[in-house]
Design a protein around this ligand. Sequence first.
Ligand SMILES: [Cu+2]
Length: 510
Amino acid sequence: MGLSKFVDELPIPPVLQPRWKNKFYTYYEVNMTEFKQSLHKELNDTTVWGYEGSYPGPTIEVNSGEIVFIKWMNDLPDKHLFPIDYTVHGAGMEVPEVRTVVHLHGACVEWESDGYPETWFTKGFQQVGPYFRKQIYRYDNCNSACTLWYHDHALGITRLNIYAGLAGFYFIRDQRERLLNLPCGKYEIPLMLQDKSLNKDGSLFYPKQPDSPVPELETSIIPEFFGNTIVVNGKVHPFLKVEPRKYRFRLLNGSNSRFFRIKLDSGQLLYQIATDSGFMEYPIGVKEILLAPAERAEIIIDFTNLEDKHIIMINDAPAPFPTGAPPDENTGTVMQFAVTLPLSSVDTSVIPANMAPFPQINEQLSSKSRYLTLNDNRDQYGREFMLLDNKEWGAPISENPKLGSTEIWYLINLTGDSHPIHLHLIDFQIIDRRNFDVDKYNKEGVIHYTSPAIPPEPQERGLKDTVRANPEQVTRIIMKFGPFTGLYVWHCHILEHEDYEMMRPYIIVR
Ligand SMILES: [Cu+2]
């Protein structure tokens, strides 16, 4: 479409103010509405959905251990912005078209407040899903400092609700973080990376049918969605004016399906300080960072001595990842940093030598190993759909870890895609990845390894809640289940996969 790049300033979502706060708890109210917002100055305003009139939603900032209550409310229209495929699990004609439920991604939270996909609710809570328990969610925020994000999770339409704009940041802060002397205040900036396709009139485009359409259906889910342009915090290819000093950026891949492998065209290092779920043991200097949908990384970029330089953040991740086409000039460009502001004060922030201890979980502590396949299938319309453990969403629960127990999960990827696998409630550690013979597995059901174990990449050495399970590899993760019991989910975070069967309930039992 040829929109000019770097003509809109990067928006920074506002910080949400609580309705009340006392020494025991904090209470917020958040309303979901439809409104118009400018995604690019050369386009008409775009109709989006957002939280508190903002896309991305306002950032919620809490302290570790703070008890927070949030009343999430749906005030959206009855008609969806995008075409619905009624054949998808939980999205049939019998349920209201517009349903929402909010999941705080990475949160340590009771199951009733976790945004289980069947706890959806409609406008004014007039209708609710079968597992709905409460209107006001409680968050215990037991995590250490980290970058979480909240987003919609309604069964069967998560891909459409998030694409419409229902996503925002949630930061947990703690004392250790304050002592690190990181860049803060206006030098600490969240970056939500997404891909979108925009029609000429400025409206968001989401396809009605896959490339090879399904004639029997008016609307069909697509295997993956790849937008033709990149938006950061809701702006197409924005720019950010920076001072010649250090900045802390909280990166989030908030796309439906697109992976980002970002680097700076200046070739300079990104100093990664945090993974999905908190600080790493020590910073690492890297040229590029790969982020699958839902993965986060915190980085420090040092613009010192780069006065008047214009530095472009670029993306070279193929789509689909890892074997798809490389990005073009639009999808390969993310945003620009213009080092044009004068230094307003001496930069006393640091890239710390150490951040937080990272105690590795000993494999010996694991009381159970689960072998879980990622499968490719065809449905009655000839469409590809993916499964976990070869089971559909509605099959009986098979993952039922005991409260307080440690398990190792073997994610056996039999498909040709890399899938970002996310478990709710807990953080895990990646043990290793190992190549195996897929044909032999398909014929005989045994894992025959064809390489030694590959340790996690340096950028993954920390607490994670989303892991890339690569094709033709077994990815092993280890985690302790708790501190809550109840019903949670694990799923692929490629939203088109999640909605079309690549999601499973799991239950933590006493
Ligand atoms: Cu997937």
